[in-house]
Design a protein. Structure first.
Length: 248
């Protein structure tokens, strides 16, 4: 996949992995559109990024997505890459009766999985018209091995992983390539509650993504994700213990 002269949409592009990815892609000579729910944060990101288009939209809302896709078709007909980065996560225990597990899971499944399915379906007709195109779904290390403190988030990312694999198989032989980015713990505001300060910098994730795009590496296992994945292949129980800080 080429990594320059693309027109790229990044959901959740005003902070964290999305912001660093936008920054790197702009520096590499791409036209970038970022979307997010918070207008103030979008404006601040746009000011820092410079040559970027910022659009306020909530990917979990059907009306917002439909309007977004209409705008893309009208104003950005060269769109050839979508990076589904927006996410939602709740840090809690399923053993805590005060926690609204159903509501948490509903929000996570909608944002982390169903919203991506909807956006991809609506934008695929435009992507198929391009000579070369790509969809990048940002998943997580917990798509392979769940963590007890992110129970329904992990489930939503496992669903996204399965869907991404099916989408890649379905679009094989077309102009649309399907990538999955699987970061480990990343130092962002999004991960503050789970010790994000101990995670890798989001710029590392963005750099690995660009390298993988150039090499057509479709499952991008960044940092510790690669280690957990290898351990999972040899011993799922050991990988589960490692992910949850347990010993046999």
């Amino acid at each position: 996949m080429k990594t320059t002269n693309n027109t790229i949409l990044i959901t959740g592009g005003s902070a964290g992995i999305g912001f660093e990815t936008a920054k790197l892609l702009i520096e590499s000579g791409n036209r970038v559109i970022i979307i997010g729910r918070d207008q103030k944060r979008l404006d601040e990101a746009a000011k820092q990024l410079g040559k970027v288009t910022a659009i306020k939209a909530d990917v979990s809302k059907a009306a917002d997505v439909e309007q977004l896709v209409a705008t893309l078709k009208q104003d950005f007909p060269q769109l050839n890459m979508v990076i589904n980065n927006a996410g939602s996560a709740f840090y809690y225990s399923l053993n805590d009766d005060s926690q609204p597990a159903f509501e948490n899971a509903s929000a996570e499944i909608l944002t982390n999985y169903l919203a991506i399915v909807r956006l991809n379906q609506l934008v695929l007709p435009l992507l198929r018209t391009q000579e070369e195109a790509a969809i990048v779904n940002v998943s997580s290390i917990v798509a392979y091995v769940p963590g007890a403190s992110l129970p329904t988030y992990a489930a939503s990312k496992a669903a996204l992983h399965s869907y991404t694999t099916s989408l890649r198989l379905t679009l094989a032989g077309t102009s649309v390539k399907v990538f999955e980015l699987l970061p480990p713990l990343v130092n962002t505001a999004f991960s503050t509650e789970i010790g994000g300060e101990h995670g890798i910098h989001p710029a590392v994730v963005a750099t690995d993504l660009l390298a993988a795009l150039a090499n057509d590496d479709f499952e991008i296992r960044v940092g510790d994700t690669a280690k957990i994945y290898e351990l999972f292949l040899s011993s799922p129980s050991e990988a589960l213990n490692a992910m949850n800080g347990r010993r046999n």
